[in-house]
Design a protein. Structure first.
Length: 179
């Protein structure tokens, strides 16, 4: 295993396993403890804070809509396309990463971020800071009270970089953290 294999593997993990990798990364990076219950991911014993972890991989938006007529072509296109985006290309790329199922009353601190092709951008925000300034919406699903989402994309990422950036890791640094 090396840092390139690590990155490739991360981009190929299914959602739950990907989330577990992000949790291990944040636990080690921030020296946090395990969760106290199933409603948050980690625990900060020093600050007595419940911690939630939400990450996404960054990929170019695929412009072709999947329809009954295009479904096989769209699947085939995915085999040959590399839609990963490098960190320094984010302003010129169309992407949309949804940080969802955010239940602000279940944690005090949210670590969230983006796995780019070459770097991992990690952000930190307090639950009471999550609001309209990051385009948070509590209208994620009909009937889901107390749960919302916000999007990281080429239009909103600068807000997060300016106000909530915690750290940027290379895949080599991430590899060393996980060894």
């Amino acid at each position: 295993m090396n840092s390139e294999m690590l990155k490739e593997g991360i981009f190929n993990l299914n959602t739950r396993r990907f989330g577990s990798v992000a949790e291990v990364m944040i636990r080690r990076l921030c020296q946090l403890g395990r969760s106290k219950n199933q409603f948050h991911d980690l625990y900060d014993d020093m600050a007595n804070h419940r911690v939630e972890v939400k990450f996404s991989t960054v990929r170019r938006t695929n412009s072709r809509k999947i329809t009954e007529d295009s479904v096989l072509t769209c699947i085939s296109d995915e085999l040959s396309s590399n839609r990963e985006i490098k960190f320094d290309e984010w302003m010129q790329s169309q992407f949309d990463c949804n940080i969802q199922q955010v239940k602000r009353d279940q944690f005090e601190v949210l670590y969230y971020g983006l796995f780019f092709n070459d770097k991992v951008a990690i952000f930190r925000i307090k639950s009471d800071e999550i609001g309209s300034q990051i385009y948070y919406s509590d209208k994620q699903h009909k009937g889901n009270e107390g749960e919302g989402q916000f999007h990281l994309n080429e239009k909103t990422l600068q807000i997060h970089l300016d106000n909530y950036l915690y750290k940027i890791l290379t895949y080599e640094e991430l590899f060393q953290l996980l060894v």
